[in-house]
Design a protein around this ligand. Structure first.
Ligand SMILES: [Fe+2]
Length: 236
């Protein structure tokens, strides 16, 4: 891998060495907690992947409108569950826009999953936002049973060209609003960016799996999708 001195700019300002804190060595430390292969030229379909769980069907247009209007710029330091120092970028770099206020549909989705100690975030990734490569650090949610910690994403907007989402060496794309995904948060490095023309809006839920979660996931797996709201003509 190239080891070059980067010129200063907004994005890299926190990545380069800062005094005694060498951010690249922080990344090396972070990697030690993961069992990922970290080989840029290996494609292991069992590992380099996002797990597709099904689809939750609803009209998300009002949720998206509200999220876009209310989301505020967010930095690593604004995300309470993550230690930003582990993630190779300045705490001051704006990685996304964030709304913690769940809308009617997103609250219904959160209720369906029934995760214990659930945190719900709506990420509004504006054109130009870059959420740099990192590993999640969620273990403090349940140190005794980290395997029961789940993080799911529900897309609220359709994919567009210029929307990037990488899980290891896998590029996830062409998702539709309502698509539900999860991933191996303990091991898989990931990154996302918006080089497109419109916001990419995603609901993310993080919490501890309960019986309700398992029931809902089983139903989703069996039927492939779930209608969140009854259609006007549902009774006919
Ligand atoms: Fe992450």
């Amino acid at each position: 891998m190239l080891n070059i001195e980067l010129p200063p700019n907004d994005y890299y300002d926190g990545i380069r060495c800062k005094g005694k804190i060498n951010m690249l060595s922080k990344w090396e430390q972070s990697k030690k907690k993961s069992n990922y292969h970290f080989d840029n030229f290996k494609n292991d379909s069992q590992v380099d992947k996002v797990i597709k769980l099904g689809k939750i069907i609803a009209d998300y247009s009002e949720d998206v409108k509200h999220a876009v209007e209310t989301a505020k710029p967010a930095k690593w330091g604004d995300l309470d569950e993550i230690n930003s120092e582990e993630h190779l970028i300045s705490k001051d770099y704006k990685i996304t826009h964030l709304s913690r206020e769940l809308t009617i549909n997103t609250q219904k989705i959160s209720d369906l999953f029934g995760l214990k100690n659930c945190t719900g975030h709506i990420y509004v990734q504006m054109p130009g936002n870059v959420w740099n490569l990192h590993l999640d650090s969620l273990i403090n949610l349940a140190p005794e049973e980290p395997w029961n910690i789940m993080r799911v994403q529900i897309s609220l907007t359709d994919w567009e060209q210029g929307h990037f989402c990488n899980y290891g060496n896998y590029n996830h794309q062409q998702w539709r609003a309502g698509d539900v995904t999860t991933f191996d948060w303990q091991n898989l490095p990931h990154s996302t960016a918006n080089a497109g023309h419109n916001p990419n809006v995603t609901l993310q839920l993080t919490g501890i799996i309960t019986e309700k979660t398992t029931d809902f996931l089983n139903r989703l797996k069996r039927f492939g999708d779930h209608q969140l709201t009854l259609k006007d003509n549902a009774w006919f």
